[in-house]
Design a protein around this ligand. Structure first.
Ligand code: TYD
Ligand code: MG
Length: 454
């Protein structure tokens, strides 16, 4: 009989090592190694486990896959992030900081899901009574919704076998525990174990499983990166808890793209979908103030307008300070260097703070030009017209380059009542100009600044 093996898992990244170490060799985190005793494996050739399917390899062309069955969750913002609805038999992990609204979202979708399907909602965090009270507040009172307040994995599996739901919701994975595993609930090995069991349930019985996972302060789903490898979709629910807006983003999706975002607003009666995110992101924009410019970026298939703000002030440090919120820091530093060299701004004597309003992250090239223009506007203390949108990538020689989906971006700008748009000269000869929009085609940064801050 082989001896029980002790391994250590890092609670931050899930890395496994045979010895305890003060610092995880994979992610560099201190004091995160946690002991876990693995059950001995009988020596010799592994026998098929009881319940093993004894499957043999099949020719790909002979595999019968049927059709991928998707169904709507009743929230089109969520459907879009999932790639056009939830896929039957998939396992979706919904991550987010505590209090962001994960439980609210999942309880809310029950009202639509229950119309044609049986749903089991398992909560390890709230009692049945608490769930009922929340459901009443959200005005969710479906016929086919079963709730269970339980944390023991074996009991949950039994409940699933008895209830035979089409959809299983588990809130949250960190509260579940498998008795056979001696680690504490929420530890890497427990979370891994429980997810694996849910995964088997989902794949064998064709149950669609939604699992809630809390994230730690670094923004990773607590403990295990390993968990992300196991599931079909990872959705992150983000947003500033002090504001009511929430963004849902796919970090991984085996059944669709990861570019789409879903936008929600938290109200008195739960989450409301925001069909028009541009309007929301531009709300309360200061008028006639220097240092702000409107950008138009593609979020998946949707064009979204957002405000970029910049503050440029004389530095009192040896090395000027730069911060970028909602925009890649290194890209921001690069843009400041290009502006200094190609547009003759003495930015190395100034601190520069860049901020994207509304919690959106602008990580596409089309946001370069509005960032540089906001900086130029603050540097010169000159106002950019309120009805102007800037779109374009800025190259190292200060040239403005074309970006994708120009037609869609321009129509979104026109739809929201913008009158002027600065776009690259090259590569935009064929774009359709919506009526009411004046286009300024620019070749380089100097031209753009001249047009905007005339
Ligand atoms: P919750 O879904 O419990 O968060 P999570 O499961 O991600 O931890 O949401 C909790 C927050 O949402 C809480 O701060 C209160 C707020 N909230 C509302 O503003 N309106 C509502 O109708 C509900 C149900 C919650
Ligand atoms: Mg919760």
């Amino acid at each position: 009989m082989a001896k029980a093996k002790t391994v250590f898992y890092c609670t931050a990244c899930g890395n496994e090592t045979p010895k305890w170490q003060g610092r995880c060799p994979a992610c560099g985190a201190w004091n995160t190694m946690e002991e876990h005793v693995e059950k001995p494996v009988p020596a010799g050739r592994p026998k098929p486990a009881p319940g093993s399917t004894g499957r043999m390899p099949q020719r790909l062309r002979e595999v019968d896959c049927g059709t991928e069955i998707r169904f709507s969750t009743g929230m089109w913002e969520l459907d879009r992030v999932l790639g056009g609805g939830a896929v039957e038999g998939s396992l979706v992990l919904v991550g987010g900081a505590p209090g962001i609204g994960k439980s609210t979202l999942l309880l809310q979708i029950c009202s639509q899901l229950c119309v044609e399907r049986k749903v089991l909602y398992v909560s390890g965090e709230e009692s049945e009574r608490q769930i009922k009270l929340r459901a009443q507040r959200l005005e969710v009172a479906p016929e086919n919704l079963y709730i269970l307040s339980e944390t023991r994995l074996s009991d949950i599996v039994e409940a699933v076998e008895q209830t035979r739901p089409d959809i299983l919701i588990v809130d949250s994975i960190q509260t579940l525990y498998n008795e056979e595993n001696e680690s504490t609930p929420g530890s890497v090995s427990q979370v891994k174990d429980c997810t694996m069991t849910l995964m088997h349930l989902s794949k064998n019985a064709g149950i669609t499983v939604f699992v809630v996972g809390h994230i730690n302060k670094d923004g990773n789903i607590a403990g295990p990166k390993v968990l992300e490898h196991m599931v079909d979709c990872v959705l992150n629910f983000e947003g500033d808890p002090n504001t009511s807006y929430r963004l849902l983003r796919a970090a991984k999706n085996r059944f669709g793209s990861t570019n789409e975002i879903g936008v929600f607003e938290m109200g008195d009666r739960g989450l409301l979908q925001v069909p028009n995110p541009s309007q929301m992101l531009l709300e309360g924009r200061p008028e006639g103030a220097p240092g702000t410019c409107v950008a138009c970026v593609m979020e998946g298939t949707r064009p979204v307008l957002a405000e970029v703000q910049a503050l440029v002030t004389k530095t009192t440090f040896n090395v000027p300070r730069r911060t970028a919120d909602g925009f890649d820091f290194n890209r921001a530093v690069l843009m400041l260097a290009v502006a200094e060299k190609r547009a003759n701004m003495k930015l190395s004597l100034f601190d520069a703070y860049i901020n994207v309003i509304g919690g959106l992250r602008l990580d596409e090239p089309g946001a370069d030009l509005p960032v540089v223009l906001a900086v130029a506007s603050s540097y010169r203390e000159q106002v950019i017209p309120d009805d102007l949108v800037a779109i374009g990538e800025v190259g190292l020689t200060g040239e403005i380059r074309s970006v994708s989906n120009m037609n869609q971006r321009l129509s979104e700008a026109a739809r929201l009542g913008f009158k002027k748009c600065v776009i690259p000269r090259n590569g935009t000869e064929k774009v359709e100009i919506p009526c009411g929009l004046t286009i300024y085609r620019v070749r380089n940064l100097r031209e753009a600044i001249e047009v905007v801050l005339a």
